[in-house]
Design a binder for this molecule. Structure first.
Ligand SMILES: [Zn+2]
Ligand SMILES: [Zn+2]
Length: 241
């Protein structure tokens, strides 16, 4: 069972911390938090920022990741933004994993939104990203999994994701899907497999698989999206449980 989260309580915590943020509740359980997000980073040097934002949070937080916009016209569209002009705060799976362990709105803002604006400031000044920069779309997703699973080989990453998608046994004595030959108990992936099994990795598996097929010249199957589980089975022969 999902822990129930009092989203209003969390919004109040956020707006108490960032005093220039306000919020309103609009229809269908969506809350909009708006106003000025002001911050000061002191290390390694003092960086101050002030951005007008609009944050949309739904009642399904943290399963649904909040949407953040900068509405003051300071962040150019060419900087990290999604198609819908919302801020590209990182690879969604990475954010979901964070929220799974830390289902807190203020911590989300402090861990993703503030670093985004901080990165923008540093990038403006130096042309560099202080925490590095992930590519967009599937390449960013792949980069994340390479780091997270410490696997370089795409087919191994796909095997791990398939195993999780198929709800493979995570308790221990089965072989780890990474291909190390070790049992899950003995492989360093055990904790990571457990973490990933708490979130929905179906889309990631789909994108990475399509990308893998493309770079390997396999184009036998059309790309069907949105995916129904039937399509998914047809495409990849993965059992649905
Ligand atoms: Zn981006
Ligand atoms: Zn492993």
């Amino acid at each position: 069972m999902e822990k129930t989260i009092d989203i209003e309580e969390q919004i109040i915590e956020l707006t108490n911390f960032y005093r220039k943020l306000k919020y309103r509740k609009i229809q269908r359980g969506i809350y909009t938090i708006y106003g000025e997000l002001e911050f000061k980073i002191v290390s390694p040097e003092v960086v101050r920022g002030k951005y007008n934002v609009e944050i949309q949070v739904t009642k399904r937080f943290p399963v649904e990741v909040p949407i953040v916009k900068e509405v003051g016209g300071i962040i150019p569209d060419g900087f990290h933004k999604n198609d819908s002009k919302t801020l590209c705060l990182g690879v969604e799976t990475e954010i979901k994993l964070f929220l799974k362990n830390m289902p807190n709105l203020l911590k989300f803002v402090n861990s993703f939104v503030i670093p985004y604006f901080y990165s923008f400031k540093i990038w403006q000044k130096t042309g560099r990203f202080p925490f590095g920069e992930r590519p967009h779309f599937v390449k960013g997703i792949i980069e994340f999994y390479k780091e997270y699973l410490l696997l370089n080989d795409l087919s191994k990453i796909i095997n791990v994701l398939k195993y999780i998608y198929n709800k493979g046994d995570l308790s221990g004595y089965c072989r780890c899907p990474c291909g190390s030959g070790k049992s899950i108990n003995e492989c360093f992936h055990q904790e990571k497999l457990k973490e990933l099994s708490k979130i929905n990795i179906k889309d990631d598996l789909y994108y990475i698989y399509c990308y893998y097929n493309k770079i390997n010249g396999k184009r036998k199957k059309p790309i069907i999206y949105p995916l129904t589980s039937e399509n998914f089975k047809k495409l990849y022969g993965i059992k649905n449980k």
